[in-house]
Design a protein around this ligand. Structure first.
Ligand code: UT7
Length: 330
């Protein structure tokens, strides 16, 4: 059976930089608190009216196509991981395809919050491995600023906006996605969710007055589950594939909190030189963190490098992916 390999990466972040210093003027917080508790210094915010998640995603996919030298019309399938779709329906993936002219593609969204990208990557890889498709694009994109309460210091300092995308293609070589562990537990919903706007509590004057259309997070509870579960699946994927710390080139971890990432790396036995981070510049972009990390660090990766991707997020959802990088970037 063929392997599914990442053959190109694209990314897009908005121009506006929201710094910790600016947040100090908006809510009762400090640069020192944010950096010491999360590692975040600044995040990007999509402020242009009329622009949405699909705009960042479309730019990321177009960049990826240009880098790989393909036309969007060659894409067979596009999967978008997001919790901030342009509209409740249709799927943002459909809108992205229309914006980039991916006329042949079919497309759908996956809603797995911060684990959305790895869920989508694994799902997309199956269509390649079975031989159904030749070109699958997996996008992780979120405009978190659309669902943040900028009066709630416990959430508004953490998240940012951004999009990343990868192209999956078949290969006969010993590279590509080798193994994955995916998990979910709906009992975690109580700790991280958005209360209104869905079928449980449709929008009303009351839901707006009560500020229920924003991210609700019990930080400490999520933190504990994230540290335990992300470390567990990352160590598990190494164990069951006989991968030692020296075999791993880089940990590509969801960027929610520097302390969670470091705890995961410690459990895997990895030194700081193998731990990729860009949380200080973008914050937590939910679906966007993993492809944006690969976009930022693509030049470091060499063909055959073992990468472990791991994520934890709302749902709860979590998981890890072991892949062998498929190319040396130019
Ligand atoms: O990506 C999806 C998954 N999400 C995550 O993985 C996030 C997991 N959670 C976290 O990363 C951390 O829990 C946070 C960064 C959200 C919070 O850090 P913490 O160290 O867990 O802080 P805390 O919630 O325990 O709050 C400690 C104190 C509280 O004050 P008191 O009650 O001790 O007086 C908060 O009110 O810090 C206060 N606080 C703040 N202070 C200044 C909360 N937010 C802020 C803030 N600035 N922005």
């Amino acid at each position: 059976m063929k392997q599914a390999a990442i053959t190109a990466v694209g990314g897009n972040v908005p121009n506006y930089v929201l710094t910790n210093q600016e947040l100090e003027k908006m809510v009762d917080t400090t640069d020192e608190w944010i950096i010491s508790r999360t590692g975040i210094k600044e995040r990007r915010i999509l402020r242009e009216p009329g622009k949405a998640t699909s705009d960042m995603a479309a730019a990321a996919v177009l960049q990826l196509c240009e880098k790989r030298g393909i036309n969007p019309s060659e894409i067979d399938l596009l999967i978008c991981a997001t919790v901030t779709g342009d509209l409740v329906f249709p799927a943002t993936a459909n809108i992205i395809c229309d914006k980039i002219g991916a006329k042949k593609a079919w497309s759908y969204d996956i809603g797995a919050a911060c684990s959305g990208f790895i869920y989508s990557l694994v799902t997309g890889a199956q269509f390649i491995k079975t031989g159904s498709y030749q070109k699958v694009v997996v996008v992780g994109a979120d405009k978190m600023s659309a669902i943040l309460d900028y009066q709630d210091r416990s959430t508004c300092v953490i998240f940012g906006d951004g999009a990343g995308a990868v192209l999956l293609e078949p290969t006969e070589e010993e590279v590509g996605i080798k193994d994955f562990i995916l998990r979910s537990d709906g009992a975690g919903m109580q700790h991280l969710h958005m209360k209104a706007g869905g079928s449980l509590m449709p929008p009303s004057h009351e839901t707006i007055d009560k500020r229920l259309h924003y991210v609700y997070q019990e930080g400490q509870a999520v933190f504990k589950h994230a540290v335990y579960n992300m470390a567990e699946v990352s160590a598990d994927i190494m164990r069951r594939n006989n991968l030692k710390a020296e075999d791993i080139a880089y940990l590509v971890s969801h960027q929610a909190n520097k302390r969670i990432i470091e705890a995961t790396a410690t459990r895997m036995g990895l030194g700081p030189e193998k731990v990729l981070m860009n949380i200080e510049r973008y914050g937590n972009t939910t679906g966007g963190t993993l492809p944006l990390l690969m976009w930022d660090y693509e030049k470091l990766f060499k063909k055959g490098d073992n990468l472990v991707l791991s994520a934890f997020g709302g749902g709860f959802t979590w998981g890890s992916v072991w892949l062998k990088w498929a190319y040396n970037s130019k």
